[in-house]
Design a protein around this ligand. Sequence first.
Ligand code: NIG
Ligand code: FE
Length: 424
Amino acid sequence: MQVGSKLVSSLAVINCAQLVTLAGPARPRVGLELRELSIIHDGAMLVVGGRIEKVESRAEIERLITDDCEVIDAGGRVVMPGFVDAHTHPVFAGTRVGEFEERVLGATYQQIAARGGGIQSTVRATRAATLDELVAAGKRYANWFLRTGTTTVEAKSGYGLTLEDELKILRAIKLLNSKNLLRYVPTFLGAHDIPPEYKARREQYVSLLVEEMLPRVAAEKLAEYCDVFCEEKVFTTDESWKILSAARCHGLGLRIHADQLSLSGGAKLAAELNTVTADHLEYTDNVGIAALKSAGVQPVLLPGSVYALGSSRYPAAREMIDAGLAVVLATDFNPGSSPTPAMPMILSLAATHLKMTPAEAVTAATINAAFTLNRGEQIGSLEPGKLADFVIHDCDDYRQLAYFFGVEHPWKVYAKGRVAFSRH
Ligand code: NIG
Ligand code: FE
């Protein structure tokens, strides 16, 4: 473990009021399992070479501490896995703070999009930006994720919408991953919107995605997943089917923005295609929920975007949990509908609006999220053999993460074997 500039082969974290391990079956958690956090009271953890060696009672770990072992006294705080944010759009130029003010004064997200604002305004700014400018902006957001306790993000492209601009964003994600302690899992979202130059010939943009962009992204190994914004006035279910089917042929995992602004058939399509996740689902009904269950699709719920759009149409989380779905929570960090990188804020919204208990929300934001990124064996819980991505939160009861909102809880954040954030 590298702490600051000093190389330490082993690290012991002691004096944890609650060591929230999330140890359990090696699969996404469902039903009542979402409430089982496997907490060790007065726990401790031994880390060797950046991996978790042992999670135990404090007395047990203290017996194993050797002279060369760095000891971190958590001071009676909560220690838990770093958040895994399974839906973000973290590489873009500019902001949409002007549109935000317009929405405060009554304009809707859809009205702004219809007159060429919204996603298109970020596309214009992102096309005009250089790779270095995008990496610099992304670095600012990487620090925000880390200091709010997130150690892994799924990162979508989608503000380029030309071959070269989408490649530029995916290359920026790759650079950010290599230069920062935040882990990035890249997703190709060339189907985020129809670019203006293709509005009158949208089928040609679908062909461009399928015949040129996807093969190139796959050949350069710039993405692990492909996503589509399936929605009225964006991509139809037929177009989404074509794009996602092509992505599957190139070996990419599938995700989909589904039923966000209307019941447009996205959840049904996700079930037909057996996508890994279906995201948003604000308008999904019980038929859609049943379809997701039979296909084993994980719902990714994004209450930050509902909140920031000033809507009250939150997804039916309780029905999804009751139906046995392995629910995930994420920020949807982006410059339009959800300008927050902070998972603790999402835990608060999950409690107050989705009626998820703090324990269910923690499971949805860690281990369940990790499984959607094909990393359930490496991150998302504190178990022997896993990567030591963990956070010491400045509280003595994990429920405070959802209860005190608007507070930066992390006291120390560890990622990729180093201290990624520390409050003195
Ligand atoms: O997940 N729904 C589509 N994409 C984003 C919004 C992106 C934007 O407004 O820039 C979302 O909400
Ligand atoms: Fe999104």
